[in-house]
Design a protein. Structure first.
Length: 147
């Protein structure tokens, strides 16, 4: 009887987590990709400031961070981790429906960052432009916080 209650409680927790919008298997990956996206945004902003200031070393450092992040980005979007869209994250199911387009958008961001990493500060603006290649088709509106 004691084991039965353990299974009932475990099942109840699983249902509660699924009902909350993110399956237990993907809760960590969703959190990891949200942190990765925030890091990408910060790196891109810092890169832009460095490029405007003509600080090639700082711009290249940020560009290399973006290149490294782009190498890991696709792994942060495993199939099935889009459950609960609009509740816990902004990733639309279209990512997995049009995976090739998602990969091409990531590759475009990486290519633009590689140009800056190799010293082409004029390409700094191209990185921000590539962000729209993912954000427009694959990211939903900001999540309104419930009060």
């Amino acid at each position: 009887m004691k084991n039965l209650w353990k299974h009932v409680v475990a099942a109840g927790l699983a249902v509660a987590v699924i009902g909350a919008g993110v399956t237990p298997a993907f809760a960590d990956v969703v959190k990891d990709r949200q942190m990765a996206m925030k890091s990408l945004s910060k790196a891109n902003k810092a890169l832009g400031k460095a490029a405007k200031a003509g600080d090639a070393a700082a711009a290249q450092k940020q560009a290399m961070m973006i290149v490294a992040a782009s190498d890991k980005l696709e792994a942060l979007f495993p199939k099935g981790s889009g459950a609960g869209y609009g509740e816990k994250h902004r990733s639309k199911a279209d990512i997995w429906k049009d995976w090739d387009k998602f990969q091409k958008a990531n590759a475009a961001m990486k290519a633009a960052a590689q140009k800056v990493a190799s010293g082409d500060l004029k390409a700094a603006g191209d990185i921000g432009k590539t962000c729209g290649g993912c954000h427009k088709p694959f990211r939903g509106p900001k999540i309104k916080k419930k009060m």
